[in-house]
Design a protein around this ligand. Structure first.
Ligand code: PAF
Length: 279
């Protein structure tokens, strides 16, 4: 695996791959890799001739400067974790490569960016859309792999790729969970063991609520019960716990179009998100 830090060097390499007709997959990350990221890398290696993993802690998607500062920077251990996979390039651009002096463009996606994390983290999805558009262009990828734990992000980047004719298929991959059901996230590192155990109630609550709605319980009361259960287990505040249509994240009152439950909730100062399909 080659470590590349400049977009011109990356372009030179991908141009050669294109000439020989090889397909390119990209896995965009901010590092601090865990098994969730590695499942994306595995999916990319299985599907593409060439695989690029990107590592860039994108300042434009953090609406809280403290969060950006605290974000773990672990390039060396990330490279070690990628070693067993058939990854061609670890692309690690710096701020000047991504946002050189004079950079003035923001990509903003209507509709799917509204609500959920878009409402509680203003500007977050503009930052994601902008950096992902750049990473897809820089890597010249045919396929880009994203985890469904960030389901809203998947919908946002899908729109970006389609709307800007980036010719890159967005491939959603299933959420990877701890045995307790807790969705893997680099934020879990900030929880102590007891909090991590308590956090398993998030997936348990989503599962129970999804079952209740699928078997005909009225969604409003099922969601109220779920909120009560999270608070009773000492989690909170709850940023949101909602049911949305899977296809476009529109608010729905029932599960007639396939719908999903979405939650963002705080535990010991750490904001955790998860989502689950209903039925
Ligand atoms: O999901 C993430 O880690 C980031 O939002 C992404 C897609 C790498 C963009 O910075």
């Amino acid at each position: 695996m080659k470590i590349i830090r400049s977009k011109s060097e990356l372009r030179e390499l991908t141009r050669g791959w294109r000439v020989s007709g090889e397909s390119i997959g990209v896995v965009p990350t901010m590092g601090a890799l865990h098994d969730g990221h590695l499942s994306l890398v595995s999916a990319a290696c299985a599907r593409c001739d060439r695989v690029i993993v990107t590592l860039f802690v994108n300042p434009k998607q953090f609406n809280n400067p403290e969060d950006l500062e605290k974000y773990p920077r672990t390039e060396d251990s990330d490279a070690v974790k990628l070693a067993p996979y058939d990854v061609d390039v670890l692309y690690v651009p710096d701020g000047a490569q991504m946002y050189p002096d004079g950079f003035a463009t923001t990509i903003s996606v209507d509709g799917v960016s509204d609500g959920l994390c878009g409402a509680t983290r203003p500007g977050h999805f503009d930052g994601v859309a902008t950096v992902v558009a750049k990473l897809l262009r820089q890597s010249d990828a045919d396929f880009a792999f994203f985890g469904e734990k960030d389901y809203q992000q998947v919908q946002v980047v899908r729109r970006v790729s389609e709307d800007l004719d980036l010719n890159c298929e967005i491939v959603p991959c299933p959420t990877v969970r701890e045995d307790s059901g807790l969705a893997l996230s680099s934020r879990n590192l900030r929880l102590d063991d007891a909090a991590r155990q308590r956090a398993s109630i998030i997936h348990a609550t989503l599962s129970e609520t999804a079952r209740a709605i699928a078997s005909g319980q009225e969604a409003g009361s099922a969601l109220d019960k779920a909120r009560g259960s999270l608070l009773a287990h000492g989690l909170g505040p709850i940023d949101y716990l909602e049911m949305r249509r899977e296809r476009d994240l529109a608010v729905v009152q029932d599960n007639t179009a396939p719908a999903r439950l979405f939650v963002a909730v705080w535990l010991d100062g750490v904001r955790l998100i998860d989502n689950l399909a209903i039925g």
